[in-house]
Structure formats: structure tokens, C-alpha cells
Design a protein around this ligand. Structure first.
Ligand SMILES: [Zn+2]
Length: 182
């Protein structure tokens, strides 16, 4: 009896520890990153933010997009559809459609992820300090829906010196000759 109790205690302390760890990670990257109802972008357009439950996102997004956009995952390098993609147009958020990057700002970083030296509008993205995985990084999320897009590093090319390292599954693409916008 005593032994069973002891094992039970051991097991529960293990799971308690696991919970603590995952809570710690969540504190670094708060779930609700977009907390205002709208914002005005550089063009002067009012962008209404989007708040959906995780269940709603799960229904709308395919499994890989959900894992990256909502659970801050990372696609494997060199596997994304936009890594070597070179068409002219605008990259949008794969969750909400907000315009994020112009193909004019795309460059070949050699990292295996689509990389840009600047966003299409600095208000369309949010920067969040990310301390996960023992690294200090700056996470980039969509300002409209809070979806995780990737990270930004200060080793990019001219003119900005920035490298926005994005996940292809977080992005969608609108060709320059397309008729839809935003
Ligand atoms: Zn979005």
C-alpha cells in the first residue's frame, strides 16, 4: 500500500513538473498578443483585428499551418513552398489574409526559409521577445490575427540589414497581376 502511494506521489510530481515547464514557456509567449480591436496602418487604413478560439482556428487551418501559426512551430528548412519561390506579388497571412511582405523585399538567405529584408507595412506585424529554446530571439506575428510567422534577425542584406525569416505555411501569396487585394 505504502509503495503504491509512493509511486503515485512520484508520478504526480513528475506531471506537476511537466506542467510547470509548459506554463513557463507560455508565459514567455502570451497567447493573446493582439489585444486591441483595430489599428491604423501606414496607409491610413483601419485594420480590424481578429480574435478566434483555438477550436475555430483548428477547423480553418490545415494541421501544419495550425501547428506553426497557432502553436509557434517551425517548418523543416528547405521544405516550404515559398523558399525558392520567385513570382512577383504580395505575401499575405495564411490565417487572415493581411498583406505582410512584397516579393520586392524577398532575398535568398540560404537558410531554407523564405526571407525578406522588410515588411510591406511595419504596422502589419508585431515583434515579440522570444526566450524559448534557450535563445533570445524576436518573434514576428501577424498584427491582425496574432498568428506566428517566424523570427527577425539583424543579419540581413541592405538596405535594412534585417532578415525576416518566415515559415512558408504561415504565408499565402497573391500574384502581382491578381485581382484580389489584402
Ligand atoms: Zn493574420
Amino acid at each position: 500500500m505504502y509503495r503504491i502511494l509512493l509511486i503515485g506521489l512520484l508520478l504526480s510530481s513528475f506531471s506537476f513538473e511537466a506542467c510547470l515547464q509548459s506554463n513557463g514557456a507560455q508565459n514567455d509567449t502570451p497567447e493573446l498578443v493582439v489585444d486591441q480591436a483595430s489599428f491604423v496602418d501606414e496607409k491610413g487604413d483601419t485594420i480590424h483585428t481578429i480574435q478566434k478560439s483555438e477550436d475555430e482556428w483548428k477547423q480553418e487551418l490545415d494541421a501544419q499551418s495550425y501547428q506553426v501559426l497557432r502553436e509557434k512551430g517551425t517548418e523543416r528548412a528547405f521544405t516550404g513552398k515559398f523558399n525558392k519561390f520567385k513570382q512577383a506579388g504580395v505575401y499575405t497571412c495564411n490565417a487572415c489574409g493581411l498583406s505582410l511582405f512584397s516579393s520586392d523585399a524577398k532575398f535568398n538567405s540560404g537558410t531554407g526559409w523564405p526571407s525578406f529584408f522588410q515588411p510591406i507595412d511595419t504596422t502589419h506585424i508585431l515583434e515579440i521577445t522570444d526566450s524559448s529554446h534557450g535563445m533570445k530571439r524576436v518573434e514576428i506575428v501577424c498584427h491582425r490575427c496574432g498568428g506566428h510567422l517566424g523570427h527577425v534577425f539583424e543579419d540581413g542584406p541592405k538596405p535594412t540589414g534585417m532578415r525576416y525569416c518566415m515559415n512558408s505555411v504561415s504565408l499565402d501569396f497573391e500574384p502581382a497581376d491578381g485581382t484580389t487585394e489584402d
